[in-house]
Write a protein that binds this ligand. Structure first.
Ligand SMILES: Cc1cc2nc3c(=O)[nH]c(=O)nc-3n(C[C@H](O)[C@H](O)[C@H](O)COP(=O)(O)O)c2cc1C
Length: 358
């Protein structure tokens, strides 16, 4: 299923090189004015061919809203938006029909769908399907902003180049400005420049590189979330793992917790103007699957792009012989760069879903 959500339902559809991709969002309240500038701004950060990114595919990525909005305002009916695929070059993928790319979904999709799946550009497994997800997420960000909730995401690391972490105690608008202005979505300008050089080098080597994306959701009211299998972590992880190329997620100190003692890991409670806060935020703002009112912080690791120009071993499935494969066509050497607004969108949609419970 390509849908998620309880109070709002998000359904993504389409294939990378089909006529269009899109999203249906059900459950949005009526009366929300759709801010296209803000939506385009977030979608442009994910879009290929913007100069800041590193893929050669050129797409305008302007959504066409075909239902659920009247006179620029949501009606409360299912909102459907489509994005036409203008840059369709199916020829690049002919070889992949029979020779699966190592590290991509070609082989598993071939087995599961009996070879009937659309292989062009990865079909429904393509990163392109994250464009409608970002459209939905941008709408969610705008709705959340009205309740004072802000979200920031950035590349915390590209290879071994590390960025400064997001403020995990309170929202820092200057950090967000830097992320938007720097040559790569990072807080520290020097780190962004170094990471840019690394990505360029990796590309010229015909290779690709992994990355780590940190996201913080600020000002979620304490008590927002769910218990057990409906915990904030469960739902957020489920949606994030729908993003192709994401291979791991951790909340707060996450996988570092195994090295810590309780006395170090626990976030002591304190009072600030009568409100309960914690003085550290190792829990990433979540206790028992429910927000404690501190920023919700999580990291998602994006694997190195599977499609690389360097020759690799594969198997010719038609003739059942081993072979070699070098990927032609257009591919990001670091998918994490464009995945930053995608994880922001996931965080926004899951947070909005919980907020609508109140
Ligand atoms: C924004 C974005 C762009 C992507 N671009 C590419 C790409 O150009 N080439 C590629 O091989 N994979 C790309 N991917 C990742 C693949 O879609 C993904 O690795 C593949 O579907 C296999 O799924 P898995 O890695 O989650 O197992 C991209 C992912 C995202 C989020």
């Amino acid at each position: 299923m390509s849908s998620f959500g309880k109070n709002i339902r998000v359904n993504i559809f389409g294939e990378s090189h089909g006529p269009a991709i899109g999203v249906v969002i059900e459950g949005l309240k009526p009366g929300h004015r759709v801010d296209l500038d803000s939506i385009y701004g977030m979608m442009d950060r994910r879009r290929p061919g913007t100069g800041r990114d590193v893929t050669a595919r050129k797409e305008k990525d302007r959504p066409e809203i075909i239902s659920g909005v009247f006179n620029g305002v949501t009606t409360g009916m299912p909102l459907c938006a489509i994005i036409k695929n203008s840059d369709r070059r199916s020829g690049d993928y002919d070889e992949m029909r029979n020779i699966p790319r190592p590290g991509h979904s070609d082989y598993t999709a071939y087995v599961k769908y009996g070879g009937f799946n659309d292989v062009r550009g990865g079909g429904a497994f393509s990163g392109r399907l994250t464009a409608p997800l970002v459209f939905a997420g941008a709408m969610a960000c705008d709705i959340l902003r009205k309740s004072g909730i802000e979200i920031a995401s950035h590349l915390l690391a590209v290879g071994d180049i590390e960025d400064t972490g997001l403020n995990n105690i309170e929202y820092d608008i200057n950090q967000r400005k830097s992320i938007l202005e720097n040559p790569l979505p990072m807080i520290d300008r020097d780190a962004a420049k170094k990471a840019g050089l690394l990505v360029a080098k990796v590309r010229s080597d015909g290779d690709s590189i992994g990355s780590l994306i940190e996201t913080s959701v600020y000002n979620i009211p304490a008590g927002t979330g769910g218990v057990g299998f409906d915990s904030f972590e469960s739902n957020l992880a489920k949606v994030c793992f729908g993003v192709p190329g994401l291979k791991g997620i951790e909340f707060g100190k996450g996988f570092e917790l195994h090295k810590m003692r309780g006395s170090e890991a626990n976030d002591p409670f304190r009072l600030e103007n009568g409100a309960v806060k914690t003085s550290s935020n190792n829990a990433g703002g979540l206790l028992g699957g429910i927000s404690d009112g501190m920023p919700l912080v999580f990291n998602g690791v994006m694997k190195p792009t599977a499609s690389i120009a360097l020759e690799q071993d594969s198997v010719d499935l038609k003739n059942n012989v081993e072979t070699r494969l070098a990927i032609r066509g257009r591919h990001d050497p670091c998918i994490g760069i464009r995945a930053v607004p995608v994880l922001e969108a996931c965080a926004a949609l899951v947070t909005l879903d919980y907020m609508m419970e109140a």
